[in-house]
Design a protein around this ligand. Structure first.
Ligand code: UGA
Length: 487
């Protein structure tokens, strides 16, 4: 329970209301703090202030409904939010620049806004994933711009003129407190973190952050800001490495007739390895891993560190899409003119986020090859529809998995939503023209699916089992195939 006096003393602003900022702000409000959520995207703020979450995240809408107008308020006036608060969580986007490095212009803009609104002690907390030494740049930027001209007017974030008499800005601290939230589990992750990392260089900053997170019981790693920044990069790079590793193992499994799911279980039970992030599939995507891996490689190589290991992680991930397409081609022979049902468009389950989604890469490649696609995703349809606008004609957006399967000559499973695992296989079978499943996420038990008459292809599993054994008479898949060839 947070004391009323402390709640009043520590006013928090979360700057940037995206996939990190909004769950963080609502989580902090739920812990008992007063939080101002700020974003210069007025449309986003209008949506939030009308009580609607701007993207899908399990458990988020109820928190918004509960706290909006109470402990959580929103504004598009970022400067005002800075002026009214003492702790500023910076959650703005750090997209990838052409060169591969992180584009930090939004972070710089925030630093300047802070500088222009320094009206007392501020703790600036980096939450966005940023390259090491960004905290030092924020500090430098704030000092550079946070000067008050001799007539008492603020510099408004612009560099001071040579002629103005300047005096030092009020005190502030920079801290790095990287987030480890996973989309689709962000709220759960916020309240049950494995650890909290605090990169601080003053006792005041450390005490404030420890107090803010005090209701969460987990190990706290206290270090300096640069090390904290690196912890975040290393964590994402390591997790990406785990995924590429198991995907490499999957390829080897296919060549020798082993099963990657059992290999993953067999190695994952060793606590030194750990069971998570060992699901083979069509590779990792999303806003974070591909971009953060690139930025980490860039950081290393810029500083003369050989990053071949991480480059290979990236390469293995890139070719996952080609390998999956090859499986589809092997199953269908000719892609052009075929109807393929696609289950899953989001980059992972429990989100509507399609940024860098491997599924969309597959969709685009299939469209290029001339396939007709029947698409379904439980949450990401509107985003996909917007993204694929340039591809009219050969796409049908479907209201369910069964509808996506209707008349299809193959079903491509690209995102492992729980609901795909519990589909009625008999219903799927009768909906499809040719019952072929190419399971990019190893959702199904191959034997169970084959027993239902499907031809099934997974990732890193025994070579495709066909419903026809060499000696058996024509089974359903073959019959349907024969029918298809005849038309
Ligand atoms: C990731 C990290 O897991 C978070 O800890 C971190 O805070 C976040 O990035 C970030 O930097 O903001 P997120 O991108 O939301 O979270 O999603 P993940 O659950 O990590 O999945 C990333 C991708 O890896 C997805 O495309 C997923 O399908 C894929 N993946 C994951 C696999 O292919 N196999 C696995 O075993 C696990």
């Amino acid at each position: 329970m947070i004391k009323e006096s402390r709640r009043k003393a520590i006013k928090i602003a979360v700057l940037g209301m995206g996939h990190v900022g909004l769950p963080t702000a609502l989580g902090l409000a739920e812990l008992g703090w007063d939080v101002m959520g700020a974003d210069d995207d007025a449309e986003k703020i209008r949506t939030l202030s009308s009580g609607n979450a701007t993207f899908y995240e399990p458990g988020m809408q109820p928190l918004l409904t509960k706290h909006l107008g109470g402990r959580f308020r929103v504004t598009s006036d970022v400067g005002r939010a800075v002026a009214d608060s003492s702790v500023l969580f910076v959650c703005v986007g750090t997209p990838q620049a052409e060169s591969g490095e992180a584009d930090l212009s939004c972070v710089e803009a925030i630093a300047r806004t802070v500088a222009a609104n320094l009206n007392g002690y501020k703790l600036i907390v980096e939450k966005s994933t940023v390259p090491a030494i960004t905290a030092q740049w924020i500090k430098r930027t704030v000092i550079r711009y946070a000067r008050v001209s001799s007539n008492g007017h603020r510099s408004n974030g612009k560099a001071p003129s040579r002629h103005s008499r300047l005096k030092p800005a009020p005190e502030f601290d920079i801290a790095s407190n990287p987030e480890f939230l996973q989309e689709g589990r962000a709220i759960e992750n916020f309240f049950h973190p494995d650890r909290i990392v605090l990169g601080v260089d003053s006792a005041r900053a450390r005490d404030l952050l420890e107090e803010i997170y005090q209701p969460l019981h987990c190990p706290i790693v206290i270090t300096n800001p640069t090390t904290a920044e690196l912890i975040k990069h290393a964590a994402n790079a390591f997790l990406s490495t785990k995924i590429s590793f198991i995907n490499l193992v999957a390829d080897i499994c296919e060549t020798v007739g082993a099963d990657v799911s059992s290999v993953a279980r067999g190695i994952g039970l060793d606590p030194r390895i750990g069971a998570q992030f060992l699901s083979a599939g069509i590779g990792f995507g999303g806003y974070c891993f591909p971009k953060d891996l690139r930025a980490f490689i860039h950081l290393g190589e810029q500083n003369g560190v050989e990053c071949g290991l991480l480059r290979e992680v990236e390469h293995i991930n890139k070719v996952r899409i080609d390998k999956y397409l090859k499986k589809l081609r092997e199953a269908l022979w000719i892609i052009s003119g075929k109807t393929i049902g696609v289950l899953g468009l989001a980059f992972k389950p429990e989100t509507d986020d399609i940024r860098e989604a491997p599924s969309l890469k597959v969709v685009r490649a299939l469209l290029l090859e001339g396939a007709n696609l029947r698409l379904y995703d439980p949450q990401a349809m509107p985003n996909a529809q917007q993204e694929l606008q340039e591809q009219p004609g050969r796409i049908t957006y479907c209201a369910s998995a069964y509808e996506a399967a209707r008349g299809a000559q193959a079903l491509a499973i690209l995102t492992e939503w729980d609901e795909f695992g519990t589909l009625d296989l008999a219903q799927l079978y009768s909906a499809m023209e040719v019952p072929i499943i190419v399971d990019g996420r190893n959702m199904y038990d191959p034997e169970a699916v084959r027993n239902q008459g499907f031809e099934y292809h997974g990732i890193g599993r025994k070579t495709a089992g066909h419903a026809i054994s060499p000696s058996s008479p024509l089974k359903p898949v073959a019959r349907r195939r024969a029918a298809l060839t005849a038309t």
